[in-house]
Design a protein around this ligand. Structure first.
Ligand SMILES: *Cc1c(COP(=O)(O)O)cnc(C)c1O
Length: 348
């Protein structure tokens, strides 16, 4: 049976071009800053984002946690969206590693607006409130179904934060999906942000790695923090070689994944027991509510060769990516429809 894996874009495998580049990559010891391929990737990332410097890290979680540590001191609050990755999927590290707490604000479809953030800030006035230290944005927003924060709102958030003397970080794990959907480039989209973290290992198909981009001063400090977290890698050039292709080649094809996600959402939109609005599917993530038990639905889909994620008792996520074709997404959509009908019969 053919398996169509829509659990995440992290399941993408390195492309043949990546494997070729990996096998011939020039390498050195990156803890001594002597890996030429890592150095090239970091320089290229800084250039693409129009920032001074970048650092290669093993995971997006590490990039985010380094940023959090860079911009804060213990006892501060970090304002983020209510379903942010940093809150739900990073092991409480804001508290564990940086001694900060997260103050959540709900954004419509995960999109924060400055008017929603402002009342949550503590920067003046009562000395006995934990002071806000950082504003945190996620674009695209994973758990809100890959929703895109538009350019004007990205700027509004940046100006709002800076107007209050606060740094602003972008968790841009999928920032290339956002820039693709917005038909802009990442440098424009993230201009003026104090730091941006993005993943090479999701829709961009690299086997491992993320980059944190920021000022030269911040990245010099980030190198020490990365080492403290155990993220000092040695001949990481074999990974960076794939990363360069991810950054320069694979970032240009995400429209296909977005079209496939839309197609999938359209296939299931009118099905009884499922609620999803295809118009809200802007990138490569489809999140939908089910009237039936989501884990049981996902288990039945698996028996038919379609892998999905149950986010909770009645929410399912599909993620499209390079390693699933349009035909496979259409086929998965049909299986999703059939299995939903079976679920409703069972619960009737
Ligand atoms: C995947 C992801 C991360 C971090 O990813 P790792 O699995 O640690 O590489 C961070 N933020 C968002 C929004 C993500 O989707």
């Amino acid at each position: 049976m053919e398996v169509i894996d829509l659990r995440s874009d992290t399941v993408t495998k390195p492309t043949p071009e990546m494997r070729e580049a990996m096998s011939t990559a020039e390498v050195g010891d990156d803890v001594y800053s002597e890996d030429p391929t890592v150095n090239r990737l970091e320089e290229r990332a800084a250039e693409v984002f129009g920032m001074e410097a970048a650092i290669f890290v093993p995971t997006g979680s590490m990039g985010n946690q380094i940023a959090l540590r860079l911009h804060t001191e213990p006892g501060r609050e970090v304002v983020c969206e209510s379903r942010a990755h940093v809150l739900d999927w990073e092991m409480g590290m804001a508290a564990m590693f940086s001694g900060c707490q997260l103050r959540t604000v709900q954004g419509e479809r995960g999109i924060l607006r400055w008017k929603d953030i402002e009342p949550a800030l503590a920067t003046t006035g009562l000395y006995y409130k934990a002071q806000t230290g950082l504003i945190w944005v996620e674009n695209t927003h994973n758990m809100a179904g890959g929703s895109v924060t538009p350019l004007a709102v990205m700027r509004e958030l940046r100006d709002g934060a800076h107007g209050r003397g606060l740094p602003i970080h972008l968790d841009g794990a999928r920032v290339f999906n956002a820039s693709t959907a917005l038909k802009t480039d990442v440098a424009t989209l993230t201009a003026g942000y104090d730091s941006v973290n993005f993943c090479l290992s999701k829709g961009l198909c690299a086997p491992v790695g993320s980059l944190l981009v920021s000022s030269r001063k911040n990245i010099d400090k980030a190198r020490r923090i990365r080492k403290a977290l155990g993220g000092g890698m040695r001949q990481a050039g074999v990974l960076a070689a794939a990363g360069l292709i991810a950054l320069d080649v694979m970032s240009k094809r995400l429209d296909d994944d977005h079209a496939n996600a839309k197609l999938l959402a359209q296939k299931i939109a009118d099905v009884d027991g499922i609620s999803v609005d295809p118009a809200e599917v802007e990138t490569n993530i489809v999140i939908f509510r089910t009237e039936f038990d989501a884990p049981a639905y996902v288990a039945s889909l698996k028996e038919r060769g379609v892998l999905a994620s149950a986010i909770n008792a009645n929410t399912v996520r599909f993620v499209t990516h390079h390693d699933v074709s349009q035909e496979q997404c259409a086929c998965a959509g049909e299986i999703a429809v059939d299995v939903a009908a079976e679920m409703l019969l069972e619960t009737a």
